[in-house]
Write a protein that binds this ligand. Sequence first.
Ligand SMILES: CC(C)(COP(=O)(O)OP(=O)(O)OC[C@H]1O[C@@H](n2cnc3c(N)ncnc32)[C@H](O)[C@@H]1OP(=O)(O)O)[C@@H](O)C(=O)NCCC(=O)NCCS
Length: 186
Amino acid sequence: MITIRQERPSDQSPREVLLDRAYGAIRFRKPSQKIRAGRLPAEGLSFVATHRGRIIGTVRLWNVSAGGKAALLLGPLAVHPDYRSRGIGAGLMSHAIESAQRLGHGAIILIGDEPYYCRFGFSAAATGDLRVPGPFEQRRLLGLELVTNALEGARGMIAGNGSRIPATDPRHTPSASPARKRPRAA
Ligand SMILES: CC(C)(COP(=O)(O)OP(=O)(O)OC[C@H]1O[C@@H](n2cnc3c(N)ncnc32)[C@H](O)[C@@H]1OP(=O)(O)O)[C@@H](O)C(=O)NCCC(=O)NCCS
């Protein structure tokens, strides 16, 4: 049975291995990684999918300022290649969106493929005046308003504003995985 639950500290290492498998080293050079760098995920909004105790999917949400408007940045979302097209990505997305709504957040932003994320209500309609650090394709910057007009007037740079990772905390950093040496985020 596939289970979706809150991420635990012990999930960190297998989660990093999963992300390496799903994205490769390019994940450290993505604009969204620049927004997340040095920050902890939003409280209560990191989830994993498991099968027989194995981590097979992951999604996190991060507190950001979207041109001055409070929002969440979603990502990375990944499902292990052996488990794709079974609705696990959709399950993680629905769980993340419902949890964010329950916690009172107004909007979620992500950078990704509209043909996949449109099924969850994401579109570029309210993100046209937003920017992310570094080169990006505007059509891939997508938003979902959980509260009507939460992104209205959102204009400018998206910047992480969640809690900073304590200097002594080895979690939530790419080097946390013992599996291999990783390149630093660009
Ligand atoms: C994207 C991802 C999380 C989907 O996980 P999943 O568990 O397979 O998702 P679901 O089962 O809910 O949906 C699968 C469907 O989405 C489609 N899909 C997957 N990625 C897609 C994309 N980038 N654009 C459009 N459709 C996509 C699949 O073809 C599949 O279609 P089908 O149902 O007709 O077979 C997974 O493919 C993954 O980890 N990819 C690598 C990381 C990545 O690219 N993530 C971000 C996507 S922008």
